[in-house]
Design a protein around this ligand. Structure first.
Ligand SMILES: *Cc1c(COP(=O)(O)O)cnc(C)c1O
Length: 808
């Protein structure tokens, strides 16, 4: 008697008759696992972190300025040479392929540094997550038309984004509007409008350590019933069209750098990312070994030991308090869990939200903020009885014609650690903007000097330099940048000096070719490449650079037969679309270029080029080609800067003020190897007390007077002589950043630069010293300090075990 065949056996019979039989099952298993791993990205790292349950680091930021991902992935996985070879054998050119990728321009400028931090956190093996917004439109594309900036929408997702994976299974509701009901059974926030937060995950590979972390960006989705039940709405079609209103939250990155605009949609973005992220964190905590899936038995006591949330810059909504905790308990957990990094001291950049916006958008949160403020001020008053002025200064609520919530104050009160991003910046915080808070809780205040990732900003963008370094000291420096110090032994090594100078010359030739091909501009690759690339802003003083260029122009015109060190000045950067003065500065740069570049007397001794559409992928091209890095902000205004560090690592010398991280860069390199000029912070403060008078400089310095008179008379705008009157008026009458006060020192310092540049060998020695001493400015060092001194975790630096082949 034979038993009936099982379904499996029947199917096997069919498949044996049909295709490949048993092999088919194993193929299917392989393909299933492959699909799970590579397409659905059910990552084994998630499993690893679940098993080990380390303290999680949550880095919240409204900006992750990631740039391109393909080459970075190949570098970090150690696949670059293999990929180059494979594509070559396929008859493809890897560089050409790389140029096709859109930049992920989800940041404005340096504040987008969390992109570097993600790389370092993965490289240091921290269980870290980046959380932000998946803007459908990143920072606008800049076109130059008739010398003016024109903005174009950055439709970076048009052709899809192969690096991201939507995770609809982790969608989270975020509530807005509604009102507060103080009923008999407690306080309730009711009649809210819901927007769904749909997460998209992007893998963040560490440098050759088998670790992959996650960047999770939220996209806004209207719920399916959005507005459908609303009788006021004009029916079904209108309700579907109105879904856009909710989904506008993640539509576009606000293009302001260092400026608070106070728009309701921006407040929605800030609350959206925080509310979705906190719920996600709590969900992950509850499903961990410390939390429990049973809400009644969930203990949040271990929460601060397992979670550290570090939001940059902006706002901290307090989702924890919506749970079954008392406000007191919730607040204690909040303070233990949160750390706040300040990124600027410019008053116009600090967020102070009008009460009326919060009242309608987040009425319950406003009540809680009032309550927090009351309890906080009670403590202050007990400590400083009678000091009403101090209470007014420290209050989270600013009185005035428009009542506002001061978000920086809320962040300080709600965090256990507060830090600035360079030593001088952290000192200024304690002495000025946050003085009262420092006197109240000095233990909270720390410094964490910014850094950049040496993977993207050396290995990826400057393979020639990375190679000559590796030939001398090996590759260890890539994951431990302090090893660059070993290059000090080669400062007088003729061979190394020659190699470093040669790589720079090759990079300059390559960039010249790029400019000629893409923009039809011809530059002299033997001239000094003098580069200022960063957002256009009055405090960064691109205008000081312009005054220098015009001064050089006038000098050549005055003595055309004199010898001059040829220079190509390149300035690049975006102006916020609503920032009139910044847009005028761009027009001035292009106008100077039109006159200078076409003057036959000048020839190729002086050129002024505006680099259109400065962004991460352009930074990767121009920085390795730069001889001179311009870091010339008014002392006390640039929190850190990160562009300055990229140039130092890539073999440019810096001309800079004692501002931001420049101070520490000069300290590392030695002041003899740095072109420092101008007022120190103390000088600026002194001048503020006495009063700054631009006209005194104008009257006293003939070359400065000549430049300003040329701008006033239309020398650089012959068809529109009045064009630059706003700039001249600003410089002469209300220049907050004191350009004229540093003019003489800057011109003098630039003369020293030119003199040194004549001697290639001496110049290159200083370049080598700068590269060798740039190790401090690795974001690996920055992140290791955050980890140990604020987050309470230890970087492992260990490789985790290599994965089993998921195809098996
Ligand atoms: C590094 C970087 C910045 C920051 O430059 P700073 O000189 O520090 O202001 C801005 N934009 C891009 C594209 C960058 O890569």
């Amino acid at each position: 008697m034979s038993r009936p065949l099982s379904d499996y056996e029947k199917r096997k019979q069919i498949s044996v008759r049909g295709l490949a039989g048993v092999e088919n099952v194993s193929d299917l298993k392989k393909n299933f696992n492959r699909h799970l791993h590579f397409t659905l990205v059910k990552d084994r790292n998630v499993q690893y972190y679940y098993e080990k349950d380390p303290k999680r680091i949550y880095y919240l930021s409204l900006e992750f300025y990631m740039g391109r991902t393909l080459q970075n992935t190949m570098v970090n996985l150690g696949l670059q040479n293999a990929c180059d070879e494979a594509t070559y054998q396929l008859g493809l050119d890897m560089e050409e392929l790389q140029e096709i990728e859109e930049d992920a321009g989800l940041g404005n400028g340096g504040l987008g540094a969390p992109a570097c931090f993600l790389d370092s956190m993965a490289t240091l093996g921290l269980a870290a997550y980046g959380y932000g917004i998946r803007y459908e439109f990143g920072i606008f594309n800049q076109k130059i038309s008739g010398g003016w900036q024109v903005e174009e929408a950055d439709d970076w997702l048009r052709y899809g984004n192969p690096w991201e994976k939507a995770r609809p299974e982790y969608m989270i509701p975020v509530h807005f509007y509604g009102h507060v009901d103080h009923g008999p059974d407690g306080t309730k926030w009711i009649d809210t409008q819901v927007v769904l937060a749909l997460p998209y995950d992007t893998p963040v590979p560490g440098y050759r350590n088998n670790t992959v972390n996650t960047m999770r960006l939220w996209s806004a989705r209207a719920p399916n019933e959005f507005n459908l039940k609303d009788f006021n709405v004009g029916g079904y079609i209108q309700a579907v069209l109105d879904r856009n209103l909710a989904e506008n939250i993640s539509r576009v990155l606000y293009p302001n750098d260092n400026f608070f605009e106070g728009k309701e949609l921006r407040l929605k973005q800030e609350y959206f990312v925080v509310a979705a992220t906190l719920q996600d964190i709590i969900r992950r905590f509850k499903s961990s070994k410390f939390g429990s899936r049973d809400p009644v038995r969930t203990s949040f006591d271990a929460f601060p030991d397992k979670v550290l949330a570090s939001p940059t810059g902006v706002t901290v909504g307090r989702g924890v308090s919506q749970h079954w905790l008392s406000l007191c308990q919730a607040w204690e957990i909040t303070v233990k869990t949160c750390a706040y990094t300040n990124h600027t001291v410019l008053p116009e950049a600090l967020e102070r939200w009008p009460i009326h916006l919060l009242e309608t958008l987040l009425p319950r949160h406003l009540e809680i903020i009032y309550e927090i403020n009351q309890r906080f001020l009670d403590v202050i008053y007990a400590m400083f009885p009678g000091d009403h002025d101090r209470l007014r200064r420290m209050s989270l609520v600013e009185e005035g014609s428009i009542k506002r919530i001061n978000m920086a104050h809320l962040c300080i009160v709600g965090s256990h650690a507060v830090n600035g991003v360079a030593r001088i910046h952290s000192d200024i915080l304690k002495k000025t903007v946050f003085k009262d808070f420092y006197e109240f809780e000095p233990h909270k205040f720390q410094n964490k000097t910014n850094g950049i990732t040496p993977r993207r900003w050396l290995v990826l963008c400057n393979p020639g330099l990375a190679e000559v370094i590796a030939e001398r000291i090996g590759e260890e420096y890539i994951s431990d940048l302090d090893h660059l110090k070993k290059l000090l032994a080669f400062v007088n090594d003729e061979g190394f000096i020659r190699d470093v100078a040669k790589v720079k010359q090759e990079n300059k030739l390559k960039f010249s070719a790029y400019l000629e091909k893409e923009y039809k501009v011809k530059i002299n690759p033997n001239s000094l490449f003098d580069v200022q690339v960063k957002r256009i802003h009055e405090y960064k003083r691109q205008l000081l650079n312009c005054l220098h260029v015009i001064t050089l122009y006038n000098r050549i015109k005055r003595e055309p037969n004199q010898h001059f060190v040829p220079r190509t000045i390149m300035i690049g950067g975006k102006a916020a679309p609503g920032y009139h003065m910044a847009k005028m500065i761009i027009k001035l740069i292009t106008a100077i270029g039109d006159i200078v570049n076409n003057d036959p007397v000048i020839g190729d001794r002086l050129k002024m080029i505006f680099l259109e559409n400065y962004r991460v992928s352009l930074a990767e091209k121009v920085i390795p080609a730069a001889d001179l890095s311009e870091q010339i902000s008014t002392a006390g205004t640039e929190a850190s800067g990160t562009g300055n560090m990229k140039f130092m690592l890539n073999g440019a010398l810096t001309i800079g003020t004692m501002d931001g991280a420049n101070v520490e860069m000069a300290e590392e390199a030695g002041e003899d190897n740095f072109f420092i000029f101008g007022m120190r912070v103390e000088d600026v403060e002194e001048m503020d007390k006495k009063g700054y008078c631009a006209k005194d400089y104008y009257d006293r310095i003939p070359e400065l007077k000549q430049v300003i008179d040329q701008l006033s008379s239309g020398y650089f705008s012959p068809k529109q002589p009045q064009l630059f009157k706003d700039i001249v008026n600003m410089l002469m009458n209300h220049d907050r950043f004191k350009v004229f006060a540093d003019y003489e020192a800057y011109i003098k310092c630039q003369e020293d630069v030119s003199a040194l540049y004549k001697n290639t060998k001496e110049w290159t020695k200083k370049v080598i010293i700068n590269i060798a001493t740039s190790g401090k400015f690795s974001s690996d060092r920055t992140i290791a300090q955050y980890a140990r001194e604020i987050w309470g975790v230890e970087p492992t630096h260990h490789k985790i075990p290599a994965p089993d082949d998921p195809r098996e």
